[in-house]
Design a protein around this ligand. Structure first.
Ligand code: NDP
Length: 388
């Protein structure tokens, strides 16, 4: 029998983390869990660590260390807390690491996992958006396999198996359009967080659900794709496809277009990274196109969804601009979820911060963190001004 592969799950209590652990639990002989991590939810983290017999559980919020230690008492599982502990957990060197912390908070542990030179499944798009060049240089240095989990990028990765980047003419990222796909801008003014988190096809964490509603998610994905598949910005296009069945497409030089299809269940792309380069069984529903009957497509509307334009402008500006865009968006989405600003204010704040922040050059993790901090500061100030 083969020795089990060691795996670590960062963001284990979240939507992607839970789906990942669901797959891992279905093949207990194949995997040994090293580290599981969370931000604040000690109870869920401890339960996960015990259920999956993890070696270590790490909570980002240091104030919760005592609670975590108490919850794991007698289990033999190590408890740790704080941002350095997240990096140390990555340095345990799992064969396969799921990077599913939400936001730029996941950047340092993801980079630490990449430095091991093993396999990193990347869901944490904000890390790649903020630190694209730094991350891709670290991947090249360590020889790590960086496997995209985002369903679109995972689809592209799968489509590229039939041709390769050199022969690509165009990559099309599909977008569901989110819950407000058909809403006028006027009607968007009054939407509530509860309406905005209700995605028509996917069940996801709160932050990415809001990003889908503003379509900033597609903007972040464009930046992510730009780094993962370096073919130049002009070769990417976005196509609204409300059913989320075609997850993305690659058109080759000979005009063959290869697409990846599947039901909207994140366990499908996660499984493809977990088993890569092989395939594994999943409990997911099979695609039934006859019952579905039709697939629809439309062009994205950048007037109602300015986030798409802002993301493209950030790529064109280069340097720290994508990190600024991401930081401003994280602050604005948080403020909207807390009921402090309106839905349309999210895009407004991102645009204003992009215009005001010092984007600068990015050569290291520290450069990214400095730009991220200063953009957050400006975004907080603009948010406060909007409220008063
Ligand atoms: P969730 O909000 O469901 O989960 C986020 C995870 O990150 C939780 O484990 C949370 O812990 C942890 N976390 C939050 N803040 C911090 C912090 N400051 N430090 C350390 N850990 C923290 O998010 P999702 O699972 O939806 O998304 C995770 C990532 O995957 C995002 O980058 C998202 O864009 C991406 N993604 C998600 C998809 C989905 O279907 N959900 C699809 C494609 C990409 P706690 O529970 O304690 O708060």
């Amino acid at each position: 029998m083969m020795a089990p592969r060691t795996v670590s799950v960062f963001g284990a209590t979240g939507s992607v983390g839970t789906s990942t652990l669901d797959l891992i639990a279905r093949e207990p002989e194949a995997f040994e869990v090293l580290a599981v991590t969370a931000g604040d939810d000690v109870e869920k983290l401890a339960a996960i660590a015990i259920a999956h017999r993890a070696r270590r559980a790490v909570i980002a919020n240091e104030a919760r260390y005592g609670d975590l230690k108490a919850a794991l008492d007698g289990s033999g599982i190590e408890a740790a807390a704080g941002s350095d502990a997240l990096i140390e957990a990555a340095q345990m060197g799992a064969d396969w690491t799921m990077a599913a912390i939400v936001g730029c908070a996941g950047l340092a542990p993801t980079l630490a996992a990449v430095a091991n030179g093993k396999t990193v499944a990347l869901a944490n798009k904000e890390a790649l958006v903020s630190a694209g060049d730094v991350m891709m240089a670290a991947v090249a240095r360590s020889g790590a396999a960086l496997l995209p989990v985002d369903s679109e990028h995972n689809a592209i990765f799968q489509c590229l198996a039939s041709g390769g980047l050199d022969a690509v003419r165009k990559i099309t990222l599909t977008a569901s359009g989110g819950p407000f796909r058909t809403l006028s801008r006027e009607a968007m003014r009054a939407v509530t967080p509860a309406q905005a988190v209700k995605h028509p096809n996917w069940s996801m964490g709160r932050k990415i659900s809001i990003d889908s509603a503003t379509m900033m998610n597609k903007g972040l994905e464009l930046i992510e794709a730009y780094h993962l598949f370096p073919i130049g910005l002009d070769k990417f296009s976005i196509l609204v496809h409300p059913q989320s069945v075609i997850h993305s497409m690659v058109e080759y030089r000979d005009r063959s277009t290869i697409a990846q299809l599947g039901c909207p269940d994140m366990r499908i792309p996660i499984a493809s990274t977990l088993a890569w380069p092989q395939r594994m069984e999943t409990p997911c529903e099979a695609l039934d196109l006859a019952t579905l009957g039709r697939l629809d497509f439309e062009a994205p509307d950048e007037v109602r969804f300015p986030a798409l334009r802002l993301a493209r402008e950030a790529i064109e500006a280069g340097g720290g601009a994508p990190a600024v865009l991401n930081a401003a968006n994280e602050i604005a989405v948080g403020a909207f979820l807390d009921g402090r600003i309106g839905f349309l204010d999210i895009g407004r704040i991102v645009e204003d911060v992009l215009a005001r922040a010092e984007a600068g050059r990015i050569e290291s993790l520290e450069d990214v963190q400095a730009i991220d901090r200063s953009a957050r500061h400006i975004a907080e100030r603009l948010t406060a001004e909007l409220i008063n």
